[in-house]
Structures are given as structure tokens and as C-alpha cells.
Design a binder for this molecule. Structure first.
Ligand code: GLN
Ligand code: ZN
Length: 770
């Protein structure tokens, strides 16, 4: 293969003719600046609009996105990053790998939605986290009957749309290695990666087709290459891209990697004929680039603008890094580190951010402007962007000296608590003190915290926001909800009650709104999965708790009953996992500050005579690093933060925690280390296997393996729950076993909850009676 550079910098090889681009992003959000797509697909599912209307909304959003990216100055614009639900599912559809159970659904779009969401007869695909982000993708199922075949309608359709609009379009597809690594084998299918050869043929066909249409560049996303999900990333990368790179006719290939540092896979990719390689310079250092001489012939796409966090780029530092990289490779293009799918659309939608905080932030739209500025700086020199650099420097300096980012009192309190090595007593001593105080029966029954979010609750919240009721009225309505939930639990005969969490819109945002150091956005929505969006708060400063956050609600609930009511808090790791976190100090330090605020709350709850406090950590597993070598360090600080949050109370105060995922795997040891007195876990679907794993990890405190699955509307029978409990008793003695559903009840209907919990209490009684 000969490479010839012409004057206009057009590169011609025997296979492709292309221009190196200079400024791009790896992908864009698609849910709509005002969540238009969410509304449209939900309406479509409910039968409120037809396909034509749905498609019109989608086409409009694509047009708006491309228009914004092109007019901002990107010279290569990602297309095919739009999705009705999920881009991994789109890829499965593209290679004709939807599960056979949806095959009979007549229409293609409905078939796609059936795979995503299921229906009365069809189970949906499993959903799981997209690497270490809060986006969730659908796990493709590859069975023995799966035959890959190219179905290019979506990608070609969007390509033609973009071109008709005059957009410098670069189709984006999940790469073959990542697609297979994220898929699972079902029904006698072989291990997905064993099918790489077959799948490469289909990708080859796609590339050929794109070349026929005159496509200059194609982007293949291979984030899996920066992880330990595959243990032979280099080999797989080389095999896939030797093959695709070697095709006789194809567009120029850009392999995008993100969410971490490329190690073995970087030299491997550099040895293949692909034309461009993308590296994440936010999650990784890029230090290995200079050590790979083959990169001299490639376009290095430098992901220097953080695509998944909300901070403004330090342009001076970024330009320095880019200039150094330029010395090591043939061409450098500027890019976001990953798709901006993970950040809100634009800061313009946030009128309430104070001027200082605003100057430190960049959302999706602002990030595009940063990319364009940096590309200009790289091309024309620093002087060409001196105004932008000066503004960026001013923001960096203002952020560095802002007193909100350095609260001496918080920092010294943490140091002194850590230095004092304050600890609660040994677990058996605590158990005895708690039993003296609580006098609970064997196999105590409880729930995880939330009760159904009724329409009265939603109306009250909306009325408060709209200003049609004042806070006193809102509080009155919430207390009425709490009173209902307490009455219901007494009637059902549960042993440990909860207040039901009616006042919480979200288990993280509720606390973020009350803590110093957080900013809760008004419109900062990001897609979590499908049509579901979340609004992560921005954790920008040192965290402190100006006043109690939950005590009034909990003590009100406790005043209505003789039974113990659990204080209900969200743990530090979960608060971090579901927020945009500061990037100017180690996450461990931020975790300690959040932990201190939660600790202060536990102390106040205890002082108000609350005997049981639950600190939820459903996200403990979510933050687990992608590389094995980083895992121990994470688990150490995560456990330390939980213990800092929960060790300020007396031995007679019982600490509970709740964890959500049944596949605990690598975090099982950490669960034991949390040393909560009682841990409730999702176990209904994993048939108590997790108890055996916990025992093996040395866990010897009390545990409440969920006895039924709240994610389904099905009412569990008494016998099946009694059987689950008896099974649990094989692994855990009765003195340590609790009885509870597997997660909070807020998504269920009241009638489902009443019937299920009635059976749960009956099951506990039956097993107690022996
Ligand atoms: N206490 C919370 C609830 O019951 C826990 C939610 C969760 O596990 N994610 O809703
Ligand atoms: Zn849960």
C-alpha cells in the first residue's frame, strides 16, 4: 500500500481516498434538547401517535443535531449515532442478530422495540451498564441459529439524510470486537468472540457498500479494547483490523477507543492498515503514543475534551498536550474523549447557575465549541485562539481559588476522624446491644424503603414546583402519605417499618439539593436507557451538610408507631456514581466528604431516637474500574467511605445497607468489609446463590436476600417465598436472616404491593412456625 500526500492533504491509497479531518466529536446525544424523543417514543408505545409522526420527530432531531455540529465548525460529523432506543441494539439489528423470539413481530421498528422492552409474550433483552457510565445497553443474544447478515437500512438512511443536508457525514458503528465482547451466547451458541470471522464478513460488506456510496470515513467504536473484558485485546484488534483494513475497497477507517488507556491494543492497531486511531486523553494519559512508531502514518484522533463529565477544558493545557502529540504522529485531529451522549445538551438551558460555576462548565454544545477552538489553535498556533485561552485560564484560576472548593473545617474534621480510627464495637457485641433494644422476632420482616409513588405524590411535587401550593401544604400532603404507609405496614404486620420516601424525587438528587457543594440542574437530562433520562447533580465543591436532611420525616413516621422505623439515607458511593463529580481531586477524597455529611445525618437520627438506619449503596458495583489493576484501590476507598458514613453511631443503633445487583462477583469481599449489621440484597432471581458466596467471603452479619422480584408486576405466592426462605436457612442461621423484597417498591402499584407483602408476612410466619 502506498501513501501519497498531495498538496491539499488529500491522501490516496490503493483502497481509499480521503482527507484527514481536524475537528470532530465521537457521537452526540439523541434524546432531544427537551427530551423530544423520549416523549415521542413513549407516545408511540402508548398508541398516541403513529409511525409517521414518530419518524418525523426523529428526523427533526437528527437534522437539528447535524446542523448544530456542522455550523459550529466540525469538519467531520458523526452520523448513525441517533437511536430510537440503544446503539448496541441498533448494531444487533444491523447484523441481523435480534433474538428469534421477536421474529414474528410484523414490523421492523416494532420488532426492534419488542427486543428492547418485551411485551406480554416476549421477554426483553437483558440490559446492563455501558462500561463504567450510567448509560445502559441491551445485551445481544447470539444463539446457534444466529446467522449474521447485513441489514444496512438505518445507516444508509441516515447517511443519505445527512448528505442531503450537506453534512460532512462520518457513519459510526459499534465495532465488531466490542459488539461480540458485549454479547452473550444463548441456546447452544458458541462463545461470541469465536464468531469474529463470520461477523467480519458482514462488516466487510458494510464497508464495501459505504465505499460504493462514496463515504470518505467510517468510525468503528471499540471501547472494549481499553478494558479487561477481553484478555487478548491486542490480538483481537489486530485480527479484526487487518481484515477490514485489507479490504480491496472501503472508506478510510477510524477506530475509536474510549473510557480508558489503550495498552497492548495501541501498537496492535497501529500495525494494521486503518487510517485513524482515537485515544481517550481524559481517562488515559496518551503517554504510550510516542512509543509507537507506526502511528507516524496515522491520523491520531485526540479525545482531549471530556465527553462524559461537565467541566470546561483547560485550553492551555490541552493545546500543550496536542502539540506534543503532533510531534509523534502524522496528523492530529481534536475530538471529545467519547460520545457526548453522557452529558446534557447545553448550558443555555440552565438559567440558575451562578456566574462562577457557569464559567467552569461545558455541556455538549459547549464542548463542540472547545473542540473547534483547539483544532484552530493546533492549526494556526496559540495566538489564533488567545482570547479563548485567556477566558479558559481565568476560569481555571477562579475555580482553583474559589472558597467553595476548599472548606477547611470539612477537611480537618475528616482528617481527625480518620486519624482517631474510631470504630464501632465488634459485630457480635453490636448484635446483642441491638437485640436488647429492638426485641425483634426471628426472621424480621421489612421493606427496602420506598412505597409506590402515587399520583397524589406526583401532583403535590408538580404543584410545589409550579408555585400553586406552598411548602407547608406540600409537607402536609407528604405527611399524609407517610401516615398511610405506616398504617398499611402495621396492618400487614411488618416488623421494621419505613416512611416510604414520598418526599424523594430521586435517591441522589434529594440529598444533592440539600448539601453544599452540589448544584442540581433544571434541565441537565442525560439518557440512562431507552426513553429513561436522569438528571445527575453536579458535585463541584467541598461537601457539607448545613442542616439535617431527613430527620423531620423519619421522626414524624416514628411518632405514629411503636414499631421501629428505619432512617433512610443514600450512601457516599452511590451519590458519587449518580452525579457529575469534580475532576480536581481524587474521587476517594470526594467520597470521604460525602461520607462525612451522611455520618452527620446518622448521628442526628440517632439523637432523635431512631434505632435503625439504612444507608443504601446500590451503586457499589457500578463504579468498579474497567481495569483489574485499579479494582483493589477502588474497593478500599469505597469501603472506607461507607464505614466513615456509618461508624459515628452507638453499637445499639442498627446499620442496614441495601445493594441492588445479584451478580456481586468481584465486590463480594467488599460487602463483608462494609460491616453493616444487616445487608439486604437482590437475590430473588439468583436463587440464594449469593448467600453461599457471601459465606465464602467471610460475611457473618445479618442478611436479607430479597424473597421476591419487585421488577415484575407478578404477585409472589406464600409457598414460593416460604421455600426461598427455607432455602436461605440452609446457608444462614435464623438469627441472621431477614425477610424482605429485593428492592424498593416505588415503581409498583399499591394493590400489587399490598398483596405481595401480605404473602411475604405469611411466608415468614409459616417458616417461623417451623
Ligand atoms: N431505599 C431505596 C428505595 O427503596 C433503594 C433504591 C435502590 O435500591 N436503588 O427505593
Ligand atoms: Zn435495590
Amino acid at each position: 500500500m502506498t501513501i501519497r500526500r498531495t498538496d491539499e492533504d488529500v491522501v490516496m491509497t490503493t483502497q481509499a481516498t480521503y482527507r484527514p479531518f481536524t475537528a470532530t466529536i465521537l457521537g452526540a446525544p439523541r434524546i432531544g434538547p427537551n427530551r423530544e424523543l423520549k416523549r415521542a417514543v413513549e407516545k408511540y408505545w402508548a398508541g398516541g401517535i403513529d409511525r409517521t409522526e414518530l419518524e418525523a420527530v426523529a428526523a427533526n432531531l437528527r437534522r437539528g443535531t447535524w446542523e448544530a455540529l456542522t455550523s459550529a465548525g466540525l469538519d467531520s460529523v458523526p452520523v448513525n449515532t441517533f437511536s430510537y432506543y440503544d446503539h448496541v441494539l441498533d448494531t444487533a439489528m444491523m447484523v441481523d442478530a435480534l433474538p428469534p423470539r421477536v421474529a414474528d413481530v410484523p414490523d421492523e421498528v416494532d420488532r426492534y422495540f419488542a427486543a428492547a422492552r418485551g411485551n406480554d409474550d416476549i421477554a426483553p433483552l437483558e440490559m446492563t451498564k455501558w462500561f463504567d457510565t450510567n448509560y445502559h445497553y441491551l445485551v445481544p443474544e447470539l444463539g446457534a441459529q444466529t446467522r449474521f447478515a447485513l441489514n444496512p437500512a438505518k445507516i444508509l438512511g441516515e447517511l443519505e439524510e445527512a448528505r442531503a443536508q450537506g453534512v460532512p457525514a462520518r457513519p459510526v458503528v459499534v465495532g465488531p470486537v466490542t459488539f461480540l465482547a458485549l454479547s452473550k451466547a444463548v441456546d447452544g451458541g458458541s462463545a461470541p468472540l469465536e464468531r469474529l470471522g463470520e461477523l467480519l464478513d458482514v462488516y466487510g460488506e458494510l464497508l464495501q457498500l459505504l465505499a460504493d456510496r462514496g463515504v470518505e470515513w467510517v468510525q468503528l467504536d471499540e471501547p472494549v479494547l481499553v478494558t479487561d473484558i477481553v484478555d487478548n485485546a491486542g490480538e483481537l484488534a489486530e485480527r479484526a483490523y487487518q481484515f477490514l483494513g485489507g479490504l480491496a475497497k472501503r472508506p478510510a477507517i477510524f477506530v475509536a477507543t474510549y473510557f480508558g488507556e489503550l495498552t497492548d491494543a495501541l501498537p496492535a492497531l497501529a500495525r494494521t492498515p486503518v487510517e485513524a486511531i482515537g485515544v481517550d486523553l481524559v481517562a488515559g494519559s496518551g503517554s504510550s503514543v510516542a512509543a509507537v512508531p507506526e502511528l507516524a502514518d496515522k491520523l491520531l484522533v485526540a479525545g482531549i475534551v471530556d465527553g462524559r463529565n461537565v467541566w470546561r477544558t483547560d485550553l492551555e493545557a490541552a493545546l500543550g498536550t496536542l502539540t506534543t502529540l503532533l510531534g509523534a504522529t502524522g496528523h492530529v485531529a481534536v475530538s471529545t474523549s467519547c460520545s457526548t451522549l453522557h452529558v446534557p445538551y447545553s448550558l443555555d438551558a440552565e438559567p440558575d447557575v451562578d456566574a462562577a460555576l457557569r464559567s467552569w462548565l461545558a455541556f455538549g454544545f459547549e464542548k463542540v465549541a472547545e473542540v473547534v477552538t483547539l483544532a484552530r489553535g493546533l492549526r494556526e498556533g496559540r495566538d489564533a485562539i488567545s482570547g479563548e485561552v485567556a477566558a479558559s485560564n481565568a476560569a481555571v484560576e477562579a475555580r482553583r481559588v474559589d472558597p467553595r472548593l476548599n472548606n477547611g473545617q470539612v477537611r480537618s474534621r475528616i482528617s481527625s476522624i480518620v486519624a482517631s480510627r474510631a470504630q464501632r464495637g465488634p459485630a457480635d457485641k453490636r448484635r446483642a446491644a441491638q437485640q436488647d433494644r429492638l426485641k425483634l422476632p426471628l426472621l424480621p420482616t421489612t421493606t427496602i424503603g420506598s412505597y409506590p409513588q402515587t399520583s397524589a405524590i406526583r401532583v403535590a411535587r408538580a404543584d410545589l414546583r409550579a408555585g400553586t401550593i406552598d411548602f407547608a401544604e406540600y409537607e402536609r400532603r407528604m405527611k399524609a402519605e407517610i401516615a398511610d404507609v405506616i398504617r398499611l405496614q402495621e396492618e400487614l404486620g411488618l416488623d421494621v417499618l419505613v416512611h416510604g420516601e414520598p418526599e424523594r424525587n430521586d435517591m441522589v438528587q434529594y440529598f444533592a439539593e440539600q448539601l453544599d457543594g452540589f448544584f442540581a440542574t433544571q434541565n441537565g437530562w442525560v439518557q440512562s436507557y431507552g426513553s429513561r433520562c436522569v438528571r445527575p447533580p453536579i458535585l463541584y465543591g467541598d461537601v457539607a451538610r448545613p442542616k439535617p436532611m431527613t430527620v423531620e420525616w423519619i421522626t414524624y413516621a416514628q411518632s405514629l408507631t411503636e414499631k421501629p422505623v428505619k432512617g433512610m439515607l443514600t450512601g457516599p458511593v452511590t451519590i458519587l456514581a449518580w452525579s457529575f463529580v469534580r475532576d480536581d481531586q481524587p474521587l476517594a477524597d470526594t467520597a470521604a466528604q460525602v461520607a462525612l455529611a451522611i455520618r452527620d445525618e446518622t448521628v442526628d437520627l440517632q439523637a432523635a431516637d431512631i434505632a435503625i438506619i439504612q444507608v443504601d449503596e446500590p451503586a457499589l458495583r457500578e463504579l468498579l474500574p474497567l481495569r483489574a489493576k485499579d479494582k483493589d484501590d477502588y474497593l478500599r476507598w469505597a469501603v472506607d467511605a461507607f464505614r466513615l458514613a456509618t461508624s459515628g453511631v452507638a453499637d445499639s443503633t442498627q446499620i442496614h445497607t441495601h445493594l441492588c445487583y445479584s451478580e456481586f462477583g468481584e465486590v463480594i469481599g467488599a460487602i463483608a468489609d462494609l460491616d453493616a449489621d444487616v445487608t439486604s440484597i437482590e437475590a430473588a432471581r439468583s436463587h440464594m446463590e449469593v448467600l453461599a458466596d457471601l459465606n465464602a467471603a467471610g460475611f457473618s452479619n445479618s442478611v436479607g436476600p430479597g424473597v421476591y422480584d419487585i421488577h415484575s408486576p407478578r404477585i409472589p405466592g406464600v409457598e414460593e417465598m416460604a421455600t426461598a426462605l427455607r432455602e436461605a436457612l440452609d446457608s444462614v442461621p435464623a438469627e441472621r436472616l431477614w425477610v424482605n423484597p429485593d428492592c424498593g417498591l416505588k415503581t409498583r402499584r399499591v394493590d400489587e404491593v399490598v398483596a405481595s407483602l401480605r404473602n411475604l408476612v405469611a411466608a415468614a410466619n409459616e417458616v417461623r412456625a417451623g
